[in-house]
Design a protein around this ligand. Structure first.
Ligand code: GTP
Ligand code: MG
Length: 202
């Protein structure tokens, strides 16, 4: 799987403003700061195609990136960012839910989960919602390069991932596909690109 070209197309504030349908697309969602924009940059091997920040709440719009002139990667705003103004917080539900439900070319949602912290209810709630709406998801664990830290309860990424997958079991007959990644080391990059290639054939 090779990324030959990657091009920013447009930022949209609602589903109806998104680029004309035509290419299959894959959307990245997850808590603010989980590493959505960084993962896009890692996948396309460009440092600053998608804007990243140490401060949560950087991405505020639906951003379409066209890959190989054939498919879109879509960077979405994060959820669960308590410090964002209330208006932005309620909007996450409105405009991203609208996007998930209406965007016909959406092939799969990549639900990003921070592997350096223990399972978060808000991530489980989001997966549950997507599952109920029959939207295909792949769980992408981020920050797998992080060593276990006291402040994270002294747990390794592998332990957090196992706990998270255990929490998913009651929600699905079959556990959704999942991948371990790191935008620092590019771990999982090839696997995720192969996964996308496979999904596009379906
Ligand atoms: P919002 O746009 O605010 O929703 O955040 P985001 O999910 O797009 O996160 P972003 O990619 O901006 O990354 C947030 C912070 O996490 C940055 O400081 C990144 O450098 C860091 N980060 C992202 N991915 C990784 C990773 O794989 N490993 C490590 N160690 N840090 C990462
Ligand atoms: Mg972002």
């Amino acid at each position: 799987a090779i990324v030959k070209s990657a091009e920013f197309i447009k930022s949209s504030s609602k589903e109806s403003e998104c680029p004309a349908a035509g290419f299959p697309e894959f959307a990245l969602v997850g808590r603010s700061n989980v590493g959505k924009s960084s993962l896009i940059n890692s996948l396309v091997r460009r440092k600053e195609l998608a804007q990243t920040s140490k401060k949560p709440g950087k991405t505020q719009l639906i951003n379409h990136f066209l890959i190989n002139n054939k498919w879109y990667l879509v960077d979405l705003p994060g959820y669960g960012f308590a410090k964002a103004p209330t208006a932005i917080r309620t909007d996450w539900n409105e405009f991203t839910k609208d996007y998930f439900l209406k965007r016909e070319t959406l092939v799969c949602v990549f639900l990003l989960v921070d592997s350096s912290i223990e399972p978060q209810q808000i991530d489980l709630d989001c997966i549950d919602w997507l599952g109920r709406k029959k939207i295909p998801i792949t769980v992408v664990f981020t920050k797998c390069d992080r060593k276990k830290k006291k402040k994270n309860g002294g747990r390794k990424p592998e332990e957090n991932i196992k706990d998270f997958l255990d929490r998913l079991k009651p929600m699905f007959a079959d556990t959704p596909p999942w991948i371990m990644t790191s935008s620092e080391t590019n771990q999982g990059r090839e696997e995720l690109l192969r996964h996308i290639a496979q999904l596009r054939i379906l």
